[in-house]
Design a protein around this ligand. Structure first.
Ligand code: FES
Length: 80
């Protein structure tokens, strides 16, 4: 989670209803949650009022794009 004293910190609360941070969603995706439903199950994000769902989807798309750029093993073995 975000250390508020760190100017480089990019962490923020995505889901206010369940106090779910960007870093938690990112970690869930890295651990295999590749759909909105699995992110909901793992983090509880977007299981309350639902207003954060677009942001959860945006984070998922951001991480999916990063994964596809890195290639099959996530280590940059493939170039495009
Ligand atoms: S802000 Fe995420 S469910 Fe309400």
């Amino acid at each position: 989670m975000c250390d508020k004293k760190n100017a480089e910190c990019q962490d923020y609360v995505v889901c206010g209803c369940n106090n779910v941070w960007y870093s938690e969603i990112k970690k869930a995706i890295e651990e295999g949650a590749h759909t909105i439903e699995t992110i909901k199950e793992k983090t509880l994000a977007s299981t309350g009022c639902g207003t954060c769902q677009r942001e959860v989807e945006r984070v998922l798309q951001e991480k999916s794009a990063e994964r596809s750029k890195k290639g099959c093993c996530g280590g940059g073995c493939r170039t495009r």
